[in-house]
Design a protein around this ligand. Structure first.
Ligand code: HEC
Ligand code: HEC
Length: 368
C-alpha cells in the first residue's frame, strides 16, 4: 500500500544521521528563514488539492459507483448520494476560508454550469484564456486589491475522464456542449497574500515564510479531511448507506479519514515536488505511525502540551535545508474517540473528545 514508506524511511534515516540533537548545529530556528517563492507555495497547495481530488474521484466515487451503485450527483443532500468532485472542492474551500489563514482557492471556468464559478474579473478571465491556450503551465499574476497584495496562480482543469465530458455537455445549464476528452474545462485559482518588502533579490519573486506555507497546506489537508468525514462518512453512515472500514477495498466500504489523508500523501510523494506529510501518534493503532525519531517524539510531546501552534524546525541534510512542521491532530468527533478506544490494536483506551490524538508531520525543502 505505502509507496512512500521507502522515501519516508530514507528521509528519516538521513535526519537521524544528520541531526546531532535539538538546539545544536544542524538545526536552525525556523523564523530565521525568509521564505519560499509564492509560485512554489501555490504548487504545493495545488498538488494537495489535486491528490485529494484524485482519491475522492477515483477511489471513492468511481469505485463505489461500480461496487455498490452509489453515485455522485448534484443534489447529493436530498438524493443520499456522494457530492460531485467539484462540489467537494467547493465545500473544502469554504471550510478552509473559515479558518482565516489568508490563502483561498476555487474552481472556475469560462463556460461554467454554475454562474458563481465564472471568472471574477478581467485578470481571471485572461488567466483562464491563457491556460486554455497553453495547458502545460499555470498562469501566474500579482494582484493589488483594497485588502492588499496577492500572488495568484491559475492551473488548468482538464477533462481527464469521459464522465467529465458527458456530464458537462449534457447538463441542462451548460453553455458549452462540445467538450472533448483532454480539453481544458476550467481552472483552479490559488490566491496567496504577499508583502512587497519580502522578495528574493535575485529572481525578484515574492517570498512566503515557510511556517505560513505550512499553515496553508495544513488548512487544505484539514478542510478536505473534514469534508470527507462530515459530508461523506458521517452522513452516509447515519443514512445506513455505506460504512467506513479499515479494509475498505475488501468491504466495498469508505476508507477511514486517516487513510484518506495517508493515501493522498502516497500520491503526492509519487510526484516530483518533495512535499511530504504523514500522521503519527504516541499511541498508534498501526505501529508504523509511531514517532520515528527524537524530533518526532519531542514534537508530539510539545503539541500535546501546547496545542495552539505547530512545532516547527529546520533540518539540514547534505547542505539542503528542510522545513518540518508538526500540527496537533484533535479528536474532533465522537467517532475518533470511540473507534480508537475500542480498536483491538490501540495502546490507549481513554481518549476523550478534543484530546490531541497525534500529529500531522509536514516536510518540504527550503530553497526548492
Ligand atoms: C455528474 C456530473 C459531473 C461530472 C462527472 C463532472 N462535473 Fe464538473 N461540474 C458539474 C456541476 C453540476 C458543476 C457545478 C457545481 C456548482 O454548482 O458549483 C460542475 C463544476 C465544474 C467546474 C467549475 C465550473 C462550472 O462548470 O461550474 C469545472 C471546472 C468542472 N466542473 C470540471 C470538471 C472536470 C474536469 C470533471 C472530470 C474530472 C468534471 N467536472 C466532472 C457536474 C459534473
Ligand atoms: C472507524 C475507526 C476510526 C475512526 C472513526 C478514526 N480512526 Fe484514526 N485510525 C484508525 C485506524 C485503524 C488507524 C491506523 C491506520 C493505518 O493502518 O495506518 C488510524 C490512524 C490514526 C492516526 C495515526 C496513528 C495511529 O493510531 O496509527 C491518528 C493520529 C488518528 N487515526 C486520528 C484520528 C482522528 C483525529 C479521528 C477523527 C477525526 C480518527 N482517527 C478517526 C481508526 C479510526
Amino acid at each position: 500500500m505505502r509507496k512512500t514508506t521507502l522515501f519516508i524511511l530514507l528521509l528519516l534515516t538521513l535526519l537521524r544521521l544528520a541531526v546531532p540533537g535539538p538546539g545544536q548545529a544542524g538545526e536552525q530556528d525556523a523564523g530565521a528563514m525568509k521564505g519560499i517563492p509564492a509560485s512554489v507555495a501555490a504548487d504545493y497547495i495545488y498538488s494537495v488539492i489535486q491528490a485529494n481530488r484524485a482519491i475522492y474521484s477515483e477511489v471513492i466515487v468511481e469505485r463505489l459507483g461500480f461496487a455498490i451503485s452509489l453515485k455522485a450527483t448534484e443534489r447529493w443532500r436530498v438524493e443520499k448520494t456522494l457530492p460531485l468532485p467539484a462540489q467537494f472542492l467547493l465545500l473544502s474551500s469554504q471550510v478552509s476560508e473559515k479558518k482565516n489563514v489568508g490563502m483561498t482557492y476555487r474552481l472556475m471556468s469560462l463556460w461554467p454550469i454554475n454562474p458563481r464559478n465564472s471568472p471574477k474579473d478581467d485578470k481571471e478571465r485572461l488567466g483562464l484564456e491563457k491556460v486554455v491556450e497553453s495547458p502545460d503551465k499555470p498562469y501566474r499574476l500579482t494582484l493589488s486589491t483594497g485588502t492588499g497584495l496577492y500572488h495568484k496562480s491559475i492551473y488548468p482543469d482538464i477533462a481527464v475522464t469521459k464522465a467529465c465530458v458527458t456530464c458537462h455537455n449534457q447538463h441542462p445549464k451548460t453553455i458549452k456542449n462540445t467538450f472533448k476528452l483532454g480539453d481544458v474545462m476550467g481552472g483552479i485559482a490559488i490566491k496567496i497574500p504577499v508583502r512587497k518588502d519580502i522578495k528574493d533579490p535575485i529572481s525578484d519573486e515574492f517570498l512566503v515564510p515557510p511556517e505560513v506555507v505550512a499553515d496553508y497546506i495544513h488548512s487544505v489537508l484539514e478542510s478536505d479531511r473534514t469534508v470527507y468525514t462530515e459530508y461523506v462518512v458521517n452522513r452516509l453512515q447515519r443514512e445506513n448507506i455505506v460504512y467506513a472500514s479499515e479494509h475498505w477495498w475488501e468491504d466495498n466500504a469508505l476508507m477511514l479519514p486517516a487513510q484518506f489523508l495517508l493515501n493522498a500523501s502516497d500520491l503526492m510523494s509519487a510526484g516530483s515536488l518533495n512535499l511530504d506529510f504523514k500522521l503519527i501518534s504516541t499511541w498508534p493503532i498501526n505501529p508504523h505511525n509511531g514517532p520515528a525519531n527524537e524530533f518526532e517524539r519531542k514534537a508530539l510531546d510539545q503539541v500535546a502540551k501546547k496545542p495552539f501552534r505547530p512545532y516547527n524546525m529546520v533540518h539540514t541534510i547534505g547542505g539542503k535545508n528542510y522545513f518540518q512542521a508538526v500540527y496537533p491532530d484533535f479528536a474532533v468527533s465522537p467517532a475518533c474517540v470511540t473507534c480508537h478506544n475500542q480498536h483491538p490494536k490501540s495502546p490507549k483506551r481513554d481518549f476523550a473528545l478534543n484530546d490531541v490524538m497525534g500529529g500531522i508531520v509536514m516536510t518540504f525543502p527550503l530553497n526548492p
